[in-house]
Design a protein around this ligand. Structure first.
Ligand code: FMN
Length: 261
């Protein structure tokens, strides 16, 4: 890595990817680099600092990532040879989607120096019990440190694509493009438990795409990415979706870490 300044831009719905970003940044800051973590959703991609090494981290969703994260990456300026590293977090498998994000960035003239996919606790459907979550974390977090170390020591590698992952990436890119159409949004079907909601506005503050507004109670517009932040971090557990089993999700960090407004 040529540059001692590192800016890491991360999107994390329920905290897993942010936890990884924080660990990477901590390693760099303890090893004579200057590293800052930014919330991807709060930064205009056109204004990122290209005089530093860039890190981008994001959640795997539907073997791809959320449409607004894809758009954020698409909107990045030409890199003019800026070094970049990529990481994501997933419950089980992403079918190497990160290799295709690398290709998008290479076409924009970024030099992808490292990429890695990290298995973290599932935040959707297959929610593990606390013991299994701990096992996953104990396995993954040392790999996060190794990843940061390998970047610092110029000894890093990138995830390579293959034919199957290329086909899946095309299919899942099409699927996520349907995410924001009316019928998909209706399918999510949010419901507010009015006996629990105390109108604290937390859901509105933490929604990454400003999809929630307060009338009598929180109301949802048509841009939900299903990152699960609002449901997971509602202090009253007042938000429900039909897409969840027993409304179960996961929180990788505390509300204080996630809330950036
Ligand atoms: C809508 C949705 C789709 C997901 N799709 C996948 C997937 O395709 N593969 C996978 O391994 N995990 C998938 N997951 C699980 C998350 O990627 C995983 O739990 C991740 O660590 C969450 O990161 P975050 O807390 O930073 O948002 C999905 C989660 C959600 C909410």
């Amino acid at each position: 890595m040529k540059n001692k300044n590192i800016n890491i831009y991360v999107f994390s719905g329920t905290g897993n990817t942010l936890l990884i970003a924080k660990k990477i940044s901590e390693f760099f800051n303890n090893n004579y680099y200057v590293s800052t973590v930014h919330r991807l959703e709060a930064v205009n991609p056109k204004t990122i600092n290209l005089d530093s090494t860039i890190g981008i981290g994001f959640t795997v969703a539907c073997w791809n990532t959320y449409p607004f994260v894809r758009k954020w990456i698409d909107d990045l300026p030409n890199g003019n040879g800026t070094e970049i590293f990529l990481f994501n977090s997933m419950g089980d498998s992403s079918l190497k989607m990160i290799s295709h994000i690398s290709k998008i960035l290479q076409k924009k003239d970024y030099i992808v120096i490292a990429s890695k996919e990290f298995v973290m606790p599932n935040n959707f459907l297959l929610i593990e019990n606390d013991k299994k979550k701990e096992l996953k974390l104990n396995k993954t977090l040392p790999k996060v440190k190794d990843f940061a170390k390998s970047i610092a020591e110029n000894n890093c590698s990138v995830v390579k694509s293959n034919i199957i992952s290329s086909i899946f990436f095309i299919i899942t890119t099409f699927i996520i493009s349907l995410w924001e159409i009316r019928i998909s949004q209706k399918f999510i079907k949010f419901k507010i438990d009015k006996s629990k909601c105390n109108k604290c506005n937390v859901c509105i503050d933490i929604c990454p795409v400003e999809n929630i507004s307060m009338r009598n109670y929180p109301e949802f517009s048509m841009h939900c990415q299903f990152c699960l932040r609002c449901i997971s971090y509602c202090p009253q557990k007042a938000i429900q979706s039909h897409l969840l089993y027993k409304n179960k999700t996961h929180t990788g960090l505390s509300l204080g870490d996630i809330r950036w407004k």
